[in-house]
Write a protein that binds this ligand. Structure first.
Ligand SMILES: [Zn+2]
Ligand SMILES: [Zn+2]
Length: 249
């Protein structure tokens, strides 16, 4: 999960911090071993999601092409069984790195290897645990696409229906603070909200992991929005501003 959230998502896709290329390579192999496909595939879909969020070209919106419970199942995994599985365009920066491109094309090898290692260590019991954990992780990651666009709070102004969802944040190590993420896509920290006009920091295990990488000199230049930018993007604050303007008039 950390390789998916901390490496594929926050490092590879959004470049929310900098890290040595080895961190990106090793993290990508670990993410591929979790059945998350390759780095080009992952980034391509995620960039498309941000670019066309909740519109027809969004690969996994719970609001289009289906709505309601069918929209939920579509965003939770149905989209992978459609032609949306194939990205329209692969990201040039990932494709230009020969090793990342190799991981992308051979993404099935790490996951098969992990299954084989599990079997050789602990027989069928460990192989069963491998399938169970891989399935749970897959559905956990997918809740960011489904639940975190349906249920939760929207403290920040965005042009989509992304939400901050504590349950999703718990099972995805911080990725459920998805409204903040859509508002500040390059922030290395997702666990941020606004309460009563104050910036409040929320538990974000992936951000703690990035801070640990920074402590180990394996991460640098962490991007974080300033409190004034956070407050300026806050719905509550803007509501207060607009009401005070109306009352002043
Ligand atoms: Zn989203
Ligand atoms: Zn993102």
């Amino acid at each position: 999960m950390l390789a998916t959230t901390g490496i594929y998502h926050r490092l590879l896709t959004h470049k929310s911090y900098q890290a040595p290329i080895l961190v990106l390579w090793v993290g990508s192999i670990i993410a591929a071993s979790a059945g998350q496909m390759g780095p080009s595939w992952w980034k391509a879909h995620h960039m498309t999601h941000h670019q066309y969020v909740e519109q027809d070209l969004d690969p996994h919106s719970p609001y289009t092409p289906m709505q309601g419970i069918r929209g939920f199942f579509w965003s939770q995994g149905g989209w992978l069984l459609s032609s949306n599985f194939f990205p329209a365009k692969l990201p040039a920066d990932v494709e230009n790195d020969r090793f990342l491109k190799l991981i992308d094309r051979l993404h099935f090898i790490p996951v098969i290897a992990l299954g084989a290692i599990s079997y050789f260590i602990g027989g069928l019991e460990y192989l069963g645990a491998f399938f169970l954990s891989t399935t749970l992780l897959f559905h956990g990651v997918q809740t960011v696409n489904s639940l975190a666009h349906i249920f939760g709070t929207q403290p920040f102004i965005t042009n989509d229906l992304s939400r901050n969802n504590g349950f999703v944040a718990l099972i995805t190590l911080g990725e459920g603070w998805h409204n903040l993420h859509h508002a500040f896509q390059s922030s290395s920290r997702h666990g941020i909200t606004i309460r009563s006009g104050q910036v409040v920091y929320l538990p974000d295990v992936t951000f703690s992991f990035i801070k640990m990488l920074e402590f180990l000199k394996l991460a640098s230049k962490l991007k974080l929005p300033t409190e004034s930018r956070l407050l300026a993007a806050c719905k509550e604050q803007n509501f207060e501003h607009s009401t005070s303007k109306v009352s002043a008039q």
